[in-house]
Each structure stands twice: as C-alpha cells, then as structure tokens.
Design a protein around this ligand. Sequence first.
Ligand code: MN
Length: 396
Amino acid sequence: MSDDSARVIIFDTTLRDGEQAPGFSLDVQAKLTLARALDALGVDIIEAGFPIASPADAEAVRQIAREVRRPVVAALARCRPQDIEVAAQALEPGERRRLHIFLATSDLHLSRKLRITRDACFEAVVNAVKLARQFTDDVEFSGEDATRSDPDFLCRIVEAAIRHGSRTINLPDTVGYGTPAETREFFENIRARVPNADQAVFSAHCHDDLGLAVANSLAAIEGGARQVECTMNGIGERAGNASLEELVMALRVRPDRLPYDTAINTEQLYDTSQLLARLTGEPVQANKAIVGRNAFAHEAGIHQDGVLKDARTYEIMRPQDVGQTPEQLVLGRHSGRHAVMRRCETLALNVTTAELEQVYRAVIAFTEHRKAVGDGDLRRIVERLRTSAGALTGQG
Ligand code: MN
C-alpha cells in the first residue's frame, strides 16, 4: 500500500487486548458471536486471541478462523517457536490468516522485564519472523513499548523484520504515554529512517492512560500509519485502547482535516457496542462519545429548541448514521416548552397551545422528585390535569 493512500485498515483487537482487561473475559461462544458482529461491522482484521495463553483462547481463534471468512483473522504470539506454532495451528482452518508476533524493544522492558540484551532481542525477532513466514505470508511484527524505545535500535529491528518478510509493522504506545504531535513525528521519523519502510504497512496501537489514544491514533495516521489497532467501546488493558467508533467517526465527520477512509458500516456501531456490553456485562458509560446513551440526548431547553428547528444546531453527525435513535429529547428539569409540546404530539395527546403552559409546569414540578419524565409519566400528567377540577376544562 502506498504512503499517500487514503484507506486506513481497521485492525480490531476487542477479542484480544479488549478481552484481556479485568472483568471483560468472554467464553468461546460469546467471542464467536462478537466476531460475526465485527465482520458485519466491516472491520478489516479481527485479532481473535493469544492462543498460547490458554486452550480456550486457542479454541476461540480456531472457531473464528473457521467460521468468519471475510476479514483477516489474526492470532498473537511472542517471539518464541512454541507460541508461533500454537498460534499457527489455531489459525489453520482460516481463509486469510495473520500471525502477529511481538517483542518489547525498549531498554526498560529488555533489561528489567525480559532480562535480555538488544542483540538477543534482535536475533529473536529475526528468527520469529522467519518461522512465522513458514505458516503464512501475512506476518505482523509489534515492537512492544515502541514509543519509549531507542529510535536507532527500533529502526534496526524494523528494517530487519521487513527484510525477513513482515508486511505490517506495529509501533505500540503500550503505556499510553505519547502526545499527538509527538506520535505524528515518531511515525514520520521511523518511516523516513528505515530504508525498506515502503515495503510494509505501519500500524498504531495506542492506549488510553491519558485519554489520548484516539488523538494519538489520528496523529499516527497523519504521520503515515495506514493501520490502526482499536477496540469497540475502547475496552482494553488498564484505561483501554483507542476506541474504534470514535476513530472511525472522526474520519467520517472531518474529511476536511482527516482525508482518510475506512470500510466500516457506521450504522452498525451502536448495535455492536450494545452487544459487547451485554456479553461482557460491563455497561457503556452514559456520556461515551458515539455509542453512549447520552451521546445524542438533549435535555437543556435551548438545545432542545435548536435541535427541533434544525438538528445541525447541536449535532455534528446524524444519530442514525451510527445506529442511534434520532431526536432524543430527554424531558427533565432543564427542558423547554418546545420539547414538551413535541413529545405530546408524538404521543398523540392532543395538547393545545392553551394547555401547554400547565403541562409544562407539571412536567417541571414532576422533575423535583424524578430525574426524567418518561412517556408514561407524561400521559399521566396530562390525564391528571384534565380530570382535576378547573384544569384544562373543555379540552380534549
Ligand atoms: Mn495493548
């Protein structure tokens, strides 16, 4: 893929990095259900698991590889022969198989965690790429903690990984330490310095420890990355990964600044997010961008009035474009008359302009005790006003 291509590959790791987060584990059946939904969503690559980690992981990878045929199915392995062989076996029934091998490249990880030298790291990467290529020609190499690695050493490793047949080079911000401008420069520099960089797709894998995962992923794209690794609802280790729905919608809503495209069917985003929440039992935060239940909900009277006149006043994208319900006007303490009237019309309560003031006051009074006014509450409010003496006389 050439550098100036505007197409960004969506590598979904909900079932691997996402699933390994505390409280998010999924059984084989649930992973298969989600993999089918990710296929329908249009992701390019599904990272289905880390087969050496457990027999259940290996089984999930095997079943997904067998049944989900359109996307590439990837399996993770350390740079160890047994890991790579077990991952390759799990992928064996697949149509389009990717082996994703990783090894830390930062001195901190090499000296403190792995207790190996840079030379040993280099040798392990070369041997692992060579072995992985015996099983598939689609090999991805990740230098774990790449953003904190010595750039000279990282360039040496990346050049060797590409030379031995790795077609995708992933440079993870494993600990979510980078800033956007720095991330863009990092990708530009590594790609400029590695002589065979044009023979690989560069990939970003950003974590959200500072809430910058999506911003950093977008910056990586601007720096030449053409694959982003992300998860539904942004789930993943610690504070999570870059959120797929946010990344995709940023590209969709701002093509003027971000002229890149993906193959995601955005209308499926909300349902996929809800499916993940149901299967993991972990709800999506209410104010989560794109897929949260408040992402398109308006309660303030001024906002409701604006949205009713022209939704573009307070909405930068249409709720239906991400699979959410249009015109979500929450009747609450901050609502205005316009929204109360609109809801009465929707419920066919035939409230006249003359009645509206009383209905509106009753709605506001109701919210002293309850946060929101549901459709049933509104019906009862109108009925009560109509049956009580002196109220709404002759209306009907
Ligand atoms: Mn990760």
